[in-house]
Design a protein around this ligand. Structure first.
Ligand code: SF4
Ligand code: SF4
Length: 103
């Protein structure tokens, strides 16, 4: 099992999650973050840290969220992302997106 970042992260990128990850398995591009499913140790610390409920365990994703498992793996291993271990400034759209999500 692994935890996975889903589309609620898009337009947010709050990055609170990276601070709590004991194994630094978050990767980022300019749109959102991703978790490398082979590096994640399933500790669950990041799930409640996300203000927009973007992080879920892979065994509780809905059918339309399942594609995010492969997206997280591909993006984590891509040259287009970098390993993110410290909080960065959220995207300018973050607060508006959070309200749009009803959170
Ligand atoms: S805390 Fe949530 S919104 Fe912020 S970067 Fe992590 S997954 Fe994305
Ligand atoms: S579940 Fe734990 S190990 Fe996996 S990404 Fe979240 S904080 Fe990191």
């Amino acid at each position: 099992m692994s935890y996975i970042v889903t589309d609620n992260c898009q337009k947010c990128r709050f990055t609170d999650c990276v601070e709590v990850c004991p194994v630094d398995c978050f990767y980022a591009d300019d749109k959102m973050l991703y978790i490398h499913p082979d590096e994640c140790i399933d500790c669950g610390a990041c799930e409640p840290a996300c203000p927009v409920e973007a992080i879920l365990p892979d065994d509780s994703m809905s059918a339309d969220q399942e594609k995010w498992f492969e997206i997280n793996r591909i993006k984590s291993e891509s040259d287009d992302t970098y390993n993110i271990t410290e909080t960065e400034t959220p995207l300018p759209t973050a607060e508006a997106r959070k309200k749009e999500l009803g959170l």
